[in-house]
Design a protein around this ligand. Structure first.
Ligand SMILES: [Cu+2]
Length: 301
């Protein structure tokens, strides 16, 4: 390799690195606002993956374009290209680099999920005493103060939230800001998924068992809860609002809700199911929605 080639490759790699870092920074803006302490960890991971992906994409595209525009043979040359075989250095290089990259990304992702302590299937099958894992791996900066507990009930196709201290049941999930919350989640019928994009958190909810889940909301506002698992016909409209508010207005809301009688919640799945106009398009068999949950606080929509 002559000096010109080395300088050329150096400049190319420098441009690639600059572009990758830039895209990595942009990646923070592609996601919803960071509304939980955990979201920052996920965004760092996402930014890193975007930067590495950019490096690989631009790197390979550049090489392909360079080759297309600089390497050519005469139109009537049908002979084989040179046989490249047995270049041990090259073989080691292109095996080792992707391998190390994959190990690094796997370790970094694993560490992020450890910090967030999203309880995955490992926890549910009671394998949590594996070497190298801690039995209750909640986030590292766990405040000593008591957590706010909320029971989450998922059924086809409605969410409801119960506050054990007051017995209030709500169609929206209200949470005080900057306070660690523990959700005790149960499903009635099939697997549902608790997924709030602004929190970057997702947890499966299994029927007839309680799945615990902790996180800390850090930004006031109204966010959307979606079902991340296909739980049947109307799962796409199985949504709820997550209202993150100051501890004062949270307490006021609880007190107001406690004074309300329990009434059936609005149920988009049920109204769609019973909508006569839709009948003429269908006629096929489907699962009837479960009866709407009885709530003290109706959804604010
Ligand atoms: Cu569902």
């Amino acid at each position: 390799m002559n000096l010109k080639t080395i300088v050329g490759i150096g400049v190319y790699v420098a441009v690639l690195i600059a572009a990758s870092i830039w895209v990595g920074q942009q990646a923070y803006g592609w996601l919803p606002p960071q509304a939980s302490a955990e979201s920052m960890l996920i965004d760092d991971l996402f930014s890193l993956f975007s930067a590495i992906g950019t490096f690989i994409l631009l790197g390979i595209t550049g090489l392909v374009l360079y080759t297309v525009f600089t390497q050519s043979v005469s139109r009537f040359d049908t002979s084989d290209g040179p046989h490249m075989e047995g270049n041990v250095k090259l073989e080691i290089f292109w095996t080792a680099v992707p391998l190390l990259l994959v190990f690094f990304l796997a370790a970094y992702s694993y560490q992020t999920y450890q910090q967030m302590a999203v309880r995955g299937p490992m926890d549910l099958v009671h394998l949590h005493h594996m070497p190298g894992t801690t039995p209750t791996a909640y986030a590292a900066d766990l405040e000593p103060e008591p957590v706010e507990e909320v029971e989450v009930y998922a059924k086809q196709w409605a969410w409801s939230f119960r506050y054990p201290d007051t017995g209030v049941v709500s169609a929206d999930l209200h949470l005080p800001v900057n306070k660690r919350v523990r959700l005790l989640m149960t499903a009635d019928d099939v697997i549902h998924g608790f997924y709030v994009p602004a929190f970057r958190l997702k947890q499966d909810i299994l029927p007839k068992r309680t799945t615990e889940f902790e996180f800390t909301p850090v930004r006031e506002g109204i966010y959307r809860l979606n079902d991340s698992q296909f739980s049947g016909t109307y799962f796409a409209i199985m949504t709820a609002n997550v209202v993150v508010e100051s501890p004062d207005s949270y307490r006021q809301w609880l007190a107001r809700a406690a004074a309300q009688p329990a009434v059936p919640a609005e149920n988009p799945a049920y109204s769609e199911y019973t909508n006569k106009r839709l009948k003429r398009f269908g006629g096929w068999k489907t699962i009837a929605p479960a009866p709407p949950p009885l709530v003290n606080a109706l959804a604010e929509r």
